[in-house]
Design a protein around this ligand. Structure first.
Ligand code: MN
Ligand code: MN
Length: 462
C-alpha cells in the first residue's frame, strides 16, 4: 500500500493543483475590479453589462424577431435593473438551455421617501436598509450616493456622487466610546438601530437676511441639490436612491491574493459569468445568462427571479422557434451563480469545517442552502451534482463543496428555488466570500478565476 490513501480525499489549495495560475487570475481580476467600481448598484451594473456586451456585438432582443440562428447573441434590459443575455446554440432549443443566473443587487442603505431633515443645525437623510446587514458595521464608513430621481415634469436625473476623489462623501455617526456605557449594554443586533442609520449630509445654514425659514441647514442642502440636479424635496418620493460604501475595490494581503470590495455578493458571480457568456461562441446548447435584481430581499418584484420576466423571455424564444417552453425547461440545467460563506478561522464556531467552503480551494458547489432541516432549499439531486462535478473535473476546474454554516445556527437562500420550480435541474455554484454582506467583502483571486473557468466549461459543454 502507498503512503497516501487512494480512497480518502481532501479539498486542497488551488495552487497545489493548478500551480501556475496566479498570474492569469491576477490579470483577470484587474477587469473585475474596474467592473466593480462602475457597478455599485443594480442600475449601474445593468448599464455596465449592456455597454460591455454591445461592444461585443450583442443585439437587443425583441419578441417580434422572426428567426433566430445559431451563434447570434442578444441582450434584454429589464427596466434598467436586470439583464438577460442569450446566445443561440446549434441544437434545437427544446433539447435544453444552459442557464447561469447571478444577482446584481447587494445589501445597502436606501433613502426613505421623505428623507431630508435637520436636527440641531446638522442636516441628515433618513434611510431604510435593504437586505441583510449587520447595522453596527455601517456608521463611520464613507458612503456615496447613487440612483435615479424624477422631477415634476417627468424628466429624471441619475445620481452618482462620492465615487470620485474630488467629490464629497457622506457618513453615519457613532457614539464615542467615552460615552457608550449604555450603548455597550445593547446586544450587537441593537448596537446601532435601524432608525439610527441617519446619514450626515450638511452643516452650513443659509445666511439670508430676514428669512422665515426655520431649518436653515436643510434649506442650504435643498438649494445645493436643486442647483446640482434641479430637484425639490417632494421629488424624493419619486426616486430610488441608494447609499453604498464609497471606496474602490482593493487588493488585500502582502501577497495581493485577495480582493476587498463592496457588493461582491453577488457581482463576483455576475462578472465571472458575464466573461464566460461573452466567450461562449457558437455553442451547441443555447445559453441564457441572467443578471437579476431583488435577490437580497427575497427575489420579489418584477425585476426579481420570483417574477415571470425570465420565463416570459423563454416563452418568446419558444414562440419564435416553434417549440414548447415546457420542453425547454425540463431539459435545461441552471447554475444558480451565487456566493457561499467562506470558513472564517476567527469565527470557527459558526462553521462545520469539513463541509464549509474555504477561500482558495476553488469554485463552490453548494448542494443545498436553507434553514434548519434544509427548509426552503432547492437541494440539488445526486444526478445534477454528478453531472456538474464530472464537468469540473473534465475541464480541470478546481472545485469544492460548501454548506452555509453549522446546522441550526442560521441559514439563507439563493434564487435556486425559484429556478427549480420551473422544472429545471438547478445547483448553486459560486465564489467563497469572507465577511459576506459587510460594507467590504473579501474574496480570493484564484477562486474568482476558477469560478470563471467553471462557468465557461458549463456553457461550452455539449
Ligand atoms: Mn447572493
Ligand atoms: Mn446576499
Amino acid at each position: 500500500m502507498g503512503k497516501k490513501s487512494e480512497l480518502a480525499s481532501e479539498y486542497e489549495h488551488i495552487l497545489k493543483i493548478d500551480k501556475n495560475c496566479f498570474d492569469m487570475a491576477d490579470k483577470f481580476c484587474e477587469g473585475y475590479k474596474s467592473f466593480m467600481n462602475s457597478s455599485k448598484t443594480e442600475r449601474e451594473c445593468t448599464n455596465t453589462i449592456i455597454d460591455i456586451v454591445k461592444s461585443k456585438g450583442y443585439k437587443e432582443f425583441n419578441k417580434d424577431i422572426k428567426e433566430l440562428n445559431a451563434g447570434e447573441k442578444y441582450f434584454i434590459n429589464n427596466r434598467g435593473k436586470a439583464v438577460v443575455l442569450i446566445t443561440i446554440g446549434k441544437e434545437p432549443i427544446d433539447k435544453g438551455v444552459n442557464f447561469v443566473i447571478s444577482h446584481i443587487d447587494s445589501p445597502r442603505l436606501d433613502l426613505k421617501p421623505n428623507p431630508l431633515y435637520e436636527s440641531d443645525d446638522i442636516s441628515y437623510f433618513k434611510t431604510h436598509y435593504y437586505g441583510g446587514i449587520k447595522k453596527y458595521q455601517w456608521p463611520t464608513v464613507p458612503l456615496s450616493m447613487h440612483g435615479r430621481i424624477f422631477k415634476t415634469d417627468g424628466s429624471y436625473v441619475d445620481i452618482n456622487l462620492g465615487e470620485k476623489e474630488s467629490e464629497p462623501k457622506f457618513m453615519i455617526t457613532d457614539l464615542l466610546p467615552h460615552l457608550a456605557e449604555e450603548q455597550n449594554k445593547r446586544t450587537l443586533r441593537e448596537g446601532i438601530k435601524g432608525e439610527e442609520l441617519n446619514i450626515v449630509i450638511g452643516s452650513m445654514p443659509i445666511t439670508d437676511e430676514d428669512t422665515e425659514i426655520k431649518d436653515l441647514v436643510k434649506e442650504n442642502v435643498l438649494r445645493i441639490l436643486n442647483k446640482m440636479y434641479g430637484i425639490k424635496e417632494k421629488d424624493f418620493a419619486r426616486a430610488e436612491i441608494e447609499f453604498v460604501p464609497a471606496s474602490k475595490a482593493m487588493d488585500i494581503g502582502f501577497d495581493k491574493s485577495m480582493i476587498a470590495a463592496y457588493g461582491q455578493d453577488d457581482k463576483v458571480c455576475a462578472y465571472t459569468s458575464l466573461m464566460a457568456e461573452i466567450e461562449n461562441v457558437n455553442p451547441e446548447k443555447t445559453s441564457v445568462s441572467v443578471f437579476t435584481d431583488k435577490e437580497e430581499i427575497g427575489s420579489k418584484g418584477n425585476t426579481g427571479m420570483d417574477s415571470n420576466y425570465v420565463s416570459d423571455i423563454i416563452e418568446d424564444l419558444a414562440d419564435i422557434m416553434n417549440v414548447k417552453s415546457r420542453n425547454i425547461y425540463r431539459n435545461s440545467i441552471c447554475l444558480s451563480s451565487d456566493v457561499n460563506s467562506a470558513y472564517d478561522p476567527t469565527f470557527a464556531d459558526a462553521f462545520e469545517k469539513r463541509n464549509s467552503s474555504h477561500i482558495n480551494k476553488g469554485v463552490v458547489l453548494t448542494k443545498y442552502t436553507g434553514h434548519a432541516g434544509k427548509g426552503g432549499s432547492n437541494d440539488a439531486s445526486a444526478e445534477t451534482m454528478a453531472k456538474i462535478i464530472k464537468l469540473m473535473e473534465d475541464s480541470n476546474v478546481v472545485w469544492q463543496i460548501g454548506e452555509l454554516g453549522k446546522v441550526d445556527i442560521g441559514g439563507g437562500g439563493t434564487i435556486a428555488k425559484y429556478i427549480s420550480q420551473k422544472n429545471i435541474d438547478t445547483i448553486d455554484v459560486g465564489v467563497a466570500v469572507l465577511s459576506m454582506h459587510a460594507p467590504y467583502e473579501i474574496t480570493s483571486k484564484l477562486d474568482i478565476y476558477h469560478t470563471y473557468l467553471a462557468y465557461k466549461a458549463f456553457l461550452l459543454n455539449k
